[in-house]
Design a protein around this ligand. Structure first.
Ligand code: ZN
Ligand code: ZN
Length: 626
């Protein structure tokens, strides 16, 4: 049975992990059950995938989740029978004959051939062994490997059904792709299902919509997020917090435009090498007019842009070239270094539409970017600083579970730019810095870019999912390409080293992670609405409003709910909106100039004077407590 993408070699198949082997075997169990229920089913491919397996099937009956219990019940019978997965090597002729009789991926001979299996057979290279796997009466063309018996596939569940073109080709038949998952035991399966349930509850796309944080608009464009006022509060708080830490570390904030000349990116190497992942370039108006007069085609224009015959511009895919030009605009002596330029810089990348997902994968995003220009000797301390910031930010957000990946060069390769001695120093500096963080890290030789070693951050959220964030990357290449220099103590020009660092990746992705991590229940300092004042009845609306303005004056983001709803309904709504504090105000509170405080997810906090509450919440915001 072949994968619907590229055919895997036998060697690759044998490297299937135990779990993949189990899941693929479970795909056969599912196919057996479907063949029992609908003998006309035609199967194509059923590989293991991330989190489970699928099998593509062509079937007149449209399978829906309503059919899952029936299919699962049939699968249970197959599992219970504990059939052996038997492998048999057959000749190509035998295989074709079986397929002609409809005997592949089937329980018995049929009137119709096993059409997809015939096609897949043709793809098996001449000379490669052809095997079938049998469990009971179900025979399937398959290279394996499998587990020993169907009884191993006890802990399974069908997950979903989607449509998929045969071999992913829209000109080929549309099949039904049935997804399932399988684990070694019931406990692991339950854990997995709970995690999926939890992930669904926390899905930032849904919460982002429900809480009014961001919006994607067809008229604006796919993958181009619009931050709504409430989402913008979160982003701004985060941005201010990070910027404040950068100020303490001696960074300088800069602003640069969202476009740049193609020449700039030609020098940096971003154009034309990464053209596929960028928005197409655009030309100057005058040049366009000329080309139109000459009746030039679109292809001519692109060629002229590529060759530099026509002046072109591009939406910036990276902030580095702009920052480099800021550095280059001044003369630098070794005494001025390091120079640290920081910008929340928005960049534009052409992601395939299938790869876009909420705000974690977008076509425009804002990096927490900075570029450091330093001497080779300063590298260690600068990297230390970058990691210190990560530690602080994660600490404040209560994310203690993160790991670091250290990408080093392959000592046997000569593809790297820069002096090998400097590479050694840089790699040592990165390692030292990572070790001082006191978190788990892995070293990955051969994973460094040709221009320098780097550090990547992977953080685990509360439900144990890993999120790849940003990097700290050493660069010996761009200073070379842009011919950057500083005057050393010897009065001679020297080449600075550059560090690119965007430890949280992008604000979009980071906020997406935070939404899911906190399930939308942001700590008070980040919450778009920090306090909601709820009047018990109309008589107390004035007092509720008074308390609200008092909070607003103290800099607290507060609103009042003076609708006609019952107090219970008002509390429910505030909880749904994930507002951290609810202040209930009625006759008793008004008389004593106090408020009854409820927290989103803590016990009832009782009554306190309004002054005390304001003081307390302000302190909580100031210290960014969790
Ligand atoms: Zn198989
Ligand atoms: Zn950069």
């Amino acid at each position: 049975m072949a994968d619907d993408k590229e055919r895997k070699t036998l060697e690759e198949r044998n490297q299937m992990s135990d779990l993949e082997r189990l899941r693929h075997s479970c795909a056969h169990v599912m196919a057996t059950a479907i063949a029992r229920l609908w003998p006309d089913a035609q199967f194509s491919a059923g590989p293991p995938v991330e989190g489970g397996f699928f099998y593509d099937v062509d079937l007149k009956h449209r399978i829906s989740p309503d059919d899952f219990p029936v299919i699962e019940a049939e699968m249970k019978k197959v599992v219970k029978a504990n059939q052996v997965f038997e492998r048999e090597v057959i000749s190509r002729e035998q295989a074709i004959e079986m397929a002609q009789k409809g005997r592949l991926a089937a329980l018995e001979e049929r009137d119709v051939p096993s059409v997809f299996k015939i096609d897949l057979l043709e793809e098996i290279p001449e000379g490669e062994e052809i095997s079938i796997f049998k469990n009971g009466d179900f025979w399937d063309l398959c290279a394996g490997p499998h587990v020993g018996r169907t009884g191993n596939c006890k802990a399974f569940k069908l997950m979903s059904v989607a449509s998929a073109f045969y071999k992913g080709d829209a000109s080929k038949p549309q099949l039904q792709r049935i997804y399932g998952t399988c684990f070694k035991n019931k406990t692991l399966l339950t854990e997995h299902l709970d995690q999926l349930e939890e992930a669904k509850k926390r899905d930032h796309r849904r919460l982002g919509r429900e809480l009014g944080l961001f919006h994607f608009d067809e008229m604006v464009g796919q993958g181009l997020p619009l931050w709504k006022p409430k989402g913008s509060i979160i982003r701004r708080q985060l941005q201010d917090f990070i910027a404040g830490e950068l100020d303490k570390q001696g960074y300088h904030q800069v602003f640069t435009p969202h476009i740049g000349k193609l020449d700039l990116y030609r020098t940096s190497g971003h154009f034309p090498y990464y053209e596929e992942s960028q928005y197409p370039p655009f030309a100057e108006r005058e040049a366009l007019r000329k080309l139109t007069e000459d009746d030039s085609s679109c292809g001519d224009l692109m060629n002229a842009l590529r060759q530099g015959a026509v002046e072109g511009f591009m939406l910036k895919p990276m902030n580095c070239p702009h920052h480099i030009r800021i550095f280059a605009s001044d003369h630098h002596s070794y005494r001025d270094l390091p120079v640290r330029l920081a910008e929340f810089g928005t960049v534009y990348r052409w992601e395939q539409s299938g790869e876009l997902g909420g705000i974690t994968r977008t076509r425009s995003f804002t990096q927490d970017d900075a570029h450091l220009f330093c001497t080779p000797e300063q590298l260690g301390e600068e990297i230390q600083g970058c990691l210190g910031l990560v530690k602080t930010v994660f600490g404040v957000l209560g994310m203690s579970d993160y790991t670091v990946r250290l990408s080093l060069r392959d000592p046997d390769s000569s593809k790297y730019v820069g002096d090998p001695d400097n590479w050694d120093k840089a790699e040592d500096a990165l390692r030292d810095a990572v070790q001082s963080l006191g978190v788990d890290y892995t070293e990955e030789p051969g994973e460094a870019a040709f221009y320098g070693p780097k550090i990547d951050f992977v953080v685990k959220d509360v439900i144990g999912r890993e999120w790849q964030l940003g990097t700290v990357q050493v660069d010996y290449n761009l200073p070379e390409r842009f011919d950057l220099s500083y005057v050393g103590a010897d009065n001679k020009p020297h080449r600075p080293v550059m560090i690119h660092r965007a430890p949280f990746g992008s604000l979009e992705r980071f906020v997406g992670l935070l939404i899911e991590h906190f399930e939308g229940k942001f700590p008070v300092w980040l919450a778009p609405e920090q306090v909601r004042v709820l009047s018990i009845s109309e008589k107390h609306n004035a007092y509720a409003k008074e308390v609200t303005s008092m909070l607003a004056e103290a800099g607290v983001r507060a609103a009042s709910d003076i609708s006609d709803d019952k107090i219970g309904a008002k509390i429910r709504l505030a909880r749904l909106d994930r507002v951290p504090y609810m202040l209930v105000t009625g006759a008793r509170e008004e008389e004593s100039q106090s408020v009854s405080v409820r927290h989103r997810d803590r016990e009832d906090l009782g009554t306190m004077t309004r002054n005390d509450f304001v003081g307390q919440v302000c302190e909580e915001i100031r210290t960014r407590s969790l």
